[in-house]
Structures are given as C-alpha cells and as structure tokens.
Ligand binder design. Structure first.
Ligand code: E4P
Length: 215
C-alpha cells in the first residue's frame, strides 16, 4: 500500500520524504489556503522534494476554466496529477486531459456508483472520502471496500486513493480491503508510528541497562 501525505506544508512533507515514507501528495484548495501562497508557488515547492504523484485541484468548476488551470499546473512537473471534482465538467476534463497525457484523479467521491463512473471517465485515480462518509452517519471504509471489490470484478486500472482519513484504524481497514493508496494528514501517520507500549518498552530497557551498569 502506498502512503501519500495529505498536506501542502513543506516541513511536514520534508519530514516524511526524509523517512522514505512519502509516496506522493494530495492537496485541495482548503489545504493550500492554509499555506498562504499562490497555488503555483506552493505546488512548485512540493514537486522539488516529492518524486511521486502530486495532486492539485483547479479552483474553476467549469470545463473551460478547469482545462486552463490544468494546463498551467501540469507545466510545474511531470508528476502533477490534476484533481477533478466528481461533476460532469470534471468527468469531461478527465477525457480531455487523458488525450494530452496529463494524469488525473477524480475527487469528492462518496459512493461506489460515483467511483464506477470516475473509472469509466478514464481517471488514473479515484479519491473516496472516508471520514466525511463517517461524518454523514455511514461507514466510510466499507464504502471503499465496495469500490475495491467492483474494481477487482472488472480489472479496472484506476487506482483507489482513499482520502479524508482520520485514524490509523481507517488505514488498517483500507489495507484489509486492498486499496492501492491512502492519503493521510501528518497527525494520522504520526499516530501510525507511535505506540505507548513501544515508548514504555524503550524506557524499561534503558532503566534495566542503567541499573546493571551501576552495579
Ligand atoms: C484529499 O484528497 C482530500 O481533499 C482530503 O483528504 C479531505 O480531508 P478532510 O475530509 O479531512 O477535509
């Protein structure tokens, strides 16, 4: 399973690139707004340090505007993925960008039927939102599991990039469902590494070693 970082913060990305744990990056307008830079500057800084796919979402929601912004962002690096909304203009843009050999993802996906359409539109990645489905009272990882089963049934090449991930348990359930990629905020990947028993174990080993050396 690949792990992407769901952030545009350079120090967070650098930390995980240095650990060898950042296979790619997802951003969205809310994430980019936090960094206080214009989109091309923020994305250029990311592609300098990340060699895997870097997702950037146009602000426009009409076809002409999406294609115009996509052309600008695609120039920023060979690893740019244009993140398109799951609306008719986004689906049409996926087909147009595919012909231009620009990678695309379809985002804001909340159901298996949307994921089936995203694949038929030719997107390289589909982005189901786990946490927001949970927020709506349904079961996010189960929804992604259904997408994974449907894609396996038809040997669909579109990769599942699960996002809106809030906990390590989400990641485990997604891994059990066989999803290709999870995109996680720093808080979640930090929590995947840490365990209180690991910290307690290190403390105890050191205490025992220090007692022995004092004898
Ligand atoms: C990334 O592609 C998504 O935009 C992001 O994971 C959404 O996360 P949120 O639901 O926590 O805002």
């Amino acid at each position: 399973m690949q792990i992407y970082l769901d952030t545009a913060n350079i120090s967070e990305i650098k930390e995980y690139v240095d650990l060898g744990l950042c296979d790619g990056v997802t951003t969205n307008p809310s994430i980019l707004a936090k960094e206080g830079k214009d989109i091309p500057s923020a994305i250029s800084a990311i592609v300098k340090i990340v060699s895997g796919p870097v997702n950037v979402e146009p602000i426009a929601t009409d076809l002409e505007g999406i294609i115009k912004e996509a052309g600008e962002y695609a120039k920023l690096g060979k690893n740019i993925v244009i993140k398109l909304p799951m609306i008719k203009a986004g689906l049409k843009a996926a087909g147009i960008l595919k012909k231009k050999k620009i990678m695309t993802s379809i985002t804001l996906v909340f159901s298996p039927s949307q994921a089936l359409i995203a694949a038929k539109a030719g997107a390289d990645f589909v982005i189901p939102f786990v946490g927001r489905v949970d927020d709506g009272g349904a079961y996010g990882t189960e929804m992604v599991g259904q997408i994974a089963e449907i894609y396996r049934n038809y040997a669909i090449a579109t990769k599942i990039l699960a996002a809106s991930i809030r906990t390590p348990i989400h990641v485990v359930e997604l891994a059990l469902a066989g999803v290709d990629i999870v995109s996680v905020p720093k808080k979640v990947i930090d929590a995947m590494i840490q365990h209180p028993f690991t910290d307690a174990g290190i403390k105890k080993f050191l205490e025992d070693w220090n007692k022995k050396t004092q004898k």
